[in-house]
Design a protein around this ligand. Structure first.
Ligand code: DGI
Ligand code: FE
Ligand code: FE
Length: 199
C-alpha cells in the first residue's frame, strides 16, 4: 500500500518535522530506530512497510509528558484511567499516543492506530503490525540490556516467541523493581504462552 492509498492528510516528512518538535531528540532518535527495525520486520513477515513507518515514528508521540499532562489528555480523549494506570500514569502514553496520532497527525488507519495503542502492554490476538511495532520497540539498536541480543535474533526467526521472551524479561524487571504489573501485560503473556503451546 502506498502513502496515497493510506489517504494521509499529511506527508511522512511533515509527520517527522512535527514529531521532532514535540518529543526529545533522544526519543526522536529512538522512534527513528524503531521505524528502521519495524520496516525490516515488515519486509520479512509481509506487513505493510508504509504503515510500519508511520506507526514506528508515532508510537511514542505521547512519551515524555508529565503525569499532569497525561491525566489531562486522558480526560480530553475520554480514556479510562484504571487503578493501575493511576499508579503508573506513563502506562497511558500508548493509548494517548494513538489519540494524538489521530487528532494531531490526521492518521485514520485503524491498523496503525492500534499498533500505537498496544505497543507497551500488547494484547491477545495481536495483529502482525501490532507485533512488529511491539518487538521493534524492544530490540531497536539503541536498546542495551541483558538478553536483548537473543531477542533481536529471535524476532527474525519466530516473532511470537520473541514477544513472549520480551514480555518475560519485562515482567522479571518489573518484579525486581517492585513495580505494579498491569493485568493487560499478564493477559498478553498468557496469550503468547498458549500460542507457544499450540505450535
Ligand atoms: O516507551 P518506551 O520506553 O520506548 O517502551 P514501552 O512503551 O514498551 O514502555 C516500556 C516501559 O513500560 C518499561 O519501563 C516497562 C513498562 N511496562 C510495561 N508493562 C508494564 C510496565 N510498567 C508497569 N508498571 N506495569 C506493566 O505491566
Ligand atoms: Fe512507548
Ligand atoms: Fe518506544
Amino acid at each position: 500500500m502506498t502513502y496515497e492509498q493510506l489517504s494521509l492528510t499529511i506527508t511522512v516528512e511533515d509527520i517527522k518535522s512535527k514529531l521532532r518538535l514535540s518529543i526529545s531528540p533522544r526519543r526522536y532518535k529512538h522512534s527513528e530506530n524503531v521505524t528502521e527495525v519495524a520496516v525490516k520486520l515488515a519486509k520479512k513477515y509481509g506487513a505493510d512497510t508504509n504503515k510500519a513507518t508511520i506507526a514506528g515514528f508515532l508510537h511514542d508521540c505521547a512519551k515524555g509528558k508529565s503525569t499532569k499532562e497525561l491525566l489531562e489528555l486522558s480526560e480530553k480523549f475520554n480514556i479510562h484511567v484504571d487503578e493501575y494506570k493511576k499508579l503508573h500514569p506513563e502506562l497511558l502514553h500508548d493509548e494517548i499516543g494513538a489519540c494524538i496520532a489521530k487528532t494531531d497527525y490526521g492518521i485514520e488507519d485503524e491498523e496503525i492506530l492500534s499498533a500505537i495503542r498496544y505497543h507497551t502492554m500488547g494484547r491477545e490476538n495481536m495483529s502482525l503490525l501490532e507485533k512488529i511495532i511491539f518487538i521493534a520497540d524492544y530490540i531497536e539498536p539503541g536498546r542495551n540490556f541483558p538478553g536483548v541480543e537473543e531477542i533481536r535474533k529471535l524476532a527474525f526467526d519466530d516473532l511470537d516467541k520473541s514477544i513472549l521472551q520480551a514480555l518475560d524479561t519485562t515482567l522479571i524487571y518489573l518484579i525486581k523493581i517492585g513495580a505494579i504489573i498491569h493485568p493487560d501485560t499478564i493477559k498478553t503473556r498468557n496469550y503468547f504462552i498458549s500460542v507457544a503451546m499450540q505450535s
